[in-house]
Design a protein around this ligand. Structure first.
Ligand code: PLP
Length: 247
């Protein structure tokens, strides 16, 4: 005997699509409004949809709505999605923690890496990036709030690290990334992002041309755009609260 059950009830599927379409539309509208409010050029902030823990169907829905940049944090989860969606013109951003044993796969399958905070990792990505692919775009992660156990290079070491990474072949150093300590007050949020912009200017002034500030998530997107973010990384505001990861 063989019964066929649709995995998801069709009505629910439609409702769900509406919801995702609406939240994507909301975020796009908000970005445009915030750009205007803070005299940022229209279109100067790119939306990176953070799809960690989301099923591939969510990415397909986003894609159908014109969203082509996706951020993933867990390599083992990301690889099947990348395979499944091959050839669809997606730009894949690795935004998770980086360990040496992951660099090979990241260098082969991603277009961007946001969390580099050590020369050794950058050197591995550089040597493992296939020559058949364009250079891997890279952001240095800065521990801007100087938290004791957070990834990221300290603010006073970022220039030295940028000088070492910039010349590496098969990499394109694009800019800086940060996840500041959570703050509920927008002025406190802005202070951390302003400090990031200061570092960005300082490095550019040294002749290392950066064009990317990857900063701002669902809860601090406005402050980040006000202070010059060029990529905001948005997960929960698009897809709802993530299930807590137990593994
Ligand atoms: C999960 C994650 C995000 C998205 O966070 P939300 O608060 O869900 O928008 C952004 N950046 C990084 C590095 C993340 O790991």
């Amino acid at each position: 005997m063989c019964y066929y059950y649709p995995k998801v009830h069709p009505m629910w599927q439609i409702g769900k699509m509406d919801t995702l379409a609406q939240s994507l539309d909301n975020i796009r509208t908000r970005i445009t409004q915030i750009e205007a409010r803070f005299q940022r050029p229209a279109g100067s902030v790119r939306l990176l949809a953070v799809t960690k823990t989301r099923p591939v169907e969510d990415l397909e829905q986003c894609l159908a709505l014109g969203q082509t940049c996706f951020g993933e944090s867990y390599l083992q989860e990301a690889l099947p999605k990348i395979t499944h969606l091959a050839g669809k013109g997606i730009e894949w951003h690795f935004i998770g923690p980086l360990q040496s044993n992951k660099t090979q796969a990241i260098a082969h399958h991603f277009d961007w890496v946001h969390g580099v905070d050590r020369l050794k990792i950058a050197q591995r990505l550089s040597s493992q990036r296939p020559d058949t692919l364009p250079p891997l775009n890279l952001c240095i992660q800065v521990n801007i709030s100087q938290e004791p156990v957070k990834a990221g290079v300290s603010p006073n070491e970022v220039l030295a690290l940028a000088r070492q990474i910039a010349p590496l072949p098969q990499l394109q150093l694009r800019g800086l990334m940060a996840i500041p300590a959570p703050a509920s007050d927008i002025e406190d949020q802005r202070a951390a992002f302003r400090a990031m912009h200061g570092l960005f200017d300082q490095i550019n002034a040294q002749g290392i041309a950066l064009d990317t500030l990857s900063m701002g998530m669902s809860d601090d997107m406005e402050a980040a755009i006000a202070e010059g973010a060029t990529i905001v990384r948005i997960g929960s505001a698009l897809f709802g609260v993530r299930p807590t990861k137990t593994a």
